[in-house]
Design a protein around this ligand. Structure first.
Ligand code: PLP
Length: 419
């Protein structure tokens, strides 16, 4: 099926007389008639729902839909995008391990990696994603367990060369994890370019209406955990009566381990109500992404020609250094997000944001309503100027998330504020 059809029909097919719309299974638990049946569920010997932290019919339907959209073998919804990244990493790495990440990533993820993971004993090396292979090679260590990057980086709007990073990761027998939040599976499918695991903040375009917090981890099923140094996949798990994930679940070893071990123990689950809203959002995702991309390209072109604008980063603009990568990985558009710097830097940026009337100042991005933010004083506030530069952010960078209003109205508001 095409993306448009999948977005509407994957994950839930009602039987005769059942609700046409995915119902909300607003229940933490599920009734059974024999202890033997429940024991089998706990042993993972038979499928079924028994407790919503580990699985719920509404959440399950959305997980199946997102797995289908990304072309994966399974997905796990989480309580937020932060929880998705953390779940993906903790399923693979433990204290004493090391991961490599592009430095051009969302500030919250940067902080999670640079500070909190280090507290967990997982070391992280940040690399410039535009550095050559020889430089990136130097970051690998014997205890490296994964490589991480964003398809379209937040907020610098660089495009990751997914295939190159996948090759580098696989040469060292480790998986590539891609945060595909800005691109969504409608604009880019990282698994087709060698990525092994995808994470999303579903709080963004997948929902699209700013009504639920959520995240998702998707498993391609392609990574061979028996080849690298992943004993937690290939040796008995004492917390599951000696279960060996690769033997019991084959291609789905990663996503099952993420659910039954990390989700079970950390508990960062999506709610049935949240999954219901997320599902409604996904139903119109292809339509919305088409318009987000179209509006953003027009707005980016307008801003690039404006005398008060010093720089505009939108990968499809002529002269953008990532234009060839955008053509390869994002042939149908680069989302609604634009990064720009005004002449006059930080102060002028603040003045323009304060003068906007239709476009609102929000700690959000990828919403159907156009919104704007100054990362250095908000989402990336914890970062030093040096770390900001590593993330590709100027102190004056403004992130504009172009919504679904008529593009003339968006430009009119920008014009009056810049004026
Ligand atoms: N990844 C990206 C690219 C993001 O933009 C964000 C949030 O802005 C996150 C992850 C974290 O997601 P959440 O805010 O849902 O925890």
């Amino acid at each position: 099926m095409h993306k448009e059809t999948q977005c509407l029909h994957e994950g839930y097919v009602p039987k005769n007389g059942e609700p046409r719309v995915l119902p909300i299974a607003q229940s933490t638990t599920f009734r059974y008639t024999s202890t033997e049946e429940v024991a089998k569920l706990f042993d993972l010997a038979s499928p079924g729902f028994f407790y919503t932290r580990l699985g719920n019919p509404t959440v399950d339907a959305v997980e199946k839909k997102i797995a289908a959209l990304e072309g994966g073998v399974g997905a796990l919804c989480t309580s937020s995008g932060q929880a998705a990244a953390l779940t993906a990493i903790l399923t693979i790495a433990k204290a004493g391990d090391h991961i490599i990440s592009s430095s051009s990533i969302y500030g919250g993820t940067f902080n999670l990696f640079a500070v909190t993971l280090k507290r967990f004993g997982i070391d992280v090396t940040f690399v410039d994603q535009r550095a050559d292979n020889a430089t990136i090679e130097k970051a690998f260590r014997p205890n490296t367990k994964a490589v991480f990057g964003e398809t379209l980086t937040n907020p610098s709007m660089h495009v990751l060369d997914i295939e190159r990073f996948a090759t580098l990761a696989h040469e060292h027998n480790v998986p590539l994890i891609i945060d595909n939040t800005f691109a969504t599976p409608v604009l880019c499918q990282p698994f087709a370019f060698g990525a092994d695991i995808v994470v999303h903040s579903t709080t963004k375009y997948l929902d699209g209406h700013a009504v639920q917090m959520g995240g998702v981890v998707v498993d391609s099923g392609h990574f061979d955990w028996t080849k690298g140094a992943f004993p937690e996949f290939t040796e008995p798990d004492p917390s599951y009566h000696g279960l060996v994930y690769t033997e019991a679940f084959g291609k789905a070893a990663f996503i099952v381990k993420a659910r039954v071990q990390i989700m079970r123990d950390l508990g960062c689950c999506q709610t049935p109500q949240g999954a219901f809203y997320l599902n409604l959002g996904i139903e119109t995702l292809p339509l919305r992404m088409e318009r987000h991309c179209r509006n953003a390209e027009i707005v980016a072109t307008y801003l690039a020609a404006h005398p008060k604008v010093a720089a505009v980063t939108y990968p499809r603009l002529p002269g953008n250094p990532d234009r060839a990568l955008a053509t390869k990985y994002l042939p149908n558009g680069c989302s609604g997000v634009i990064s720009l710097i005004l002449k006059g830097g930080r102060e002028e940026g603040a003045r323009v944001i304060d003068a906007l009337k239709l476009i609102s100042l929000e700690v959000h991005v990828a919403d159907c309503r156009t919104c704007i933010l100054h990362p250095a004083s908000s989402t990336h506030r914890q970062l030093t100027d040096e770390q900001l530069a590593e993330c590709g952010i100027d102190p004056g960078t403004v992130r504009l998330s172009v919504g679904l209003e008529h593009v003339d109205d968006i430009i009119a508001d920008l014009a009056q504020a810049l004026g």
